[in-house]
Design a protein around this ligand. Structure first.
Ligand SMILES: CC(C)(COP(=O)(O)OP(=O)(O)OC[C@H]1O[C@@H](n2cnc3c(N)ncnc32)[C@H](O)[C@@H]1OP(=O)(O)O)[C@@H](O)C(=O)NCCC(=O)NCCS
Length: 164
């Protein structure tokens, strides 16, 4: 993969799921994301989750490609009437602008505003990605983080303006 890979997004194919499952095994990524699956190694729970979200018309899922390699995924779902976005990349793709480029592309397809995102308050990389895409902090809340086995603070981010 090049230093600044070409980033595109497309619909999720079933053949992408084993790659996402591999990404979910990364303990550093789980710590960062914090609000994760209770047991990331549980393949049947992973498959049931993806089957359920891919069959849910209110959930929008995308595969992120970097130089045509499956780099991760992006998901948008509705919680308590508010549409949120989340994402996860394989470690080998971090630090090259892939998440920022993928979210920028996604925000052209997903035009609901306001749009929300939540990140652990110490997930500076994710918060930075959101800020670069125009999200601003509107508050914090406490929530149970499976990956840390405790309640932690999360930042609530909001995007109001149309994507540029
Ligand atoms: C968070 C994540 C998506 C970031 O992906 P990425 O492709 O590396 O992000 P980008 O390269 O587009 O941008 C990262 C930005 O954060 C900055 N950054 C990275 N690590 C940082 C840190 N520890 N502190 C502050 N800023 C940091 C980068 O410098 C960059 O900002 P810049 O362009 O102004 O220099 C990726 O690390 C990941 O998938 N992590 C595991 C899952 C996760 O946390 N998902 C989000 C849940 S809310």
């Amino acid at each position: 993969m090049s230093l600044k890979p070409l980033v595109t997004i497309r619909s999720v194919l079933l053949s992408d799921l084993p790659v996402f499952f591999q990404h979910q095994q990364d303990s550093q990524a789980n710590y960062m994301a914090a609000f994760t699956a209770p047991n990331p190694a549980d393949l049947s729970a992973f498959n049931a989750h993806w089957q359920s979200i891919m069959n849910d018309p209110t959930v929008i899922t995308r595969t992120i490609l970097a130089d045509n390699h499956v780099a991760g995924n992006m998901v948008s779902f509705v919680t308590l009437g508010e549409r949120e976005v989340g994402y996860w990349l394989g470690r080998e793709f971090w630090g090259r602008g892939v998440a920022t480029a993928a979210l920028t592309a996604f925000l052209h397809q997903l035009t609901t505003r306001p749009l929300y995102a939540r990140a652990a308050s110490d997930n500076h990389a994710s918060i930075r990605v959101l800020e670069k895409c125009g999200f601003t902090r509107i508050g914090t809340s406490m929530a149970f983080a499976e990956a840390r086995g405790m309640e932690i603070e999360e930042v609530i981010m909001q995007l109001t303006a149309p994507s540029t």
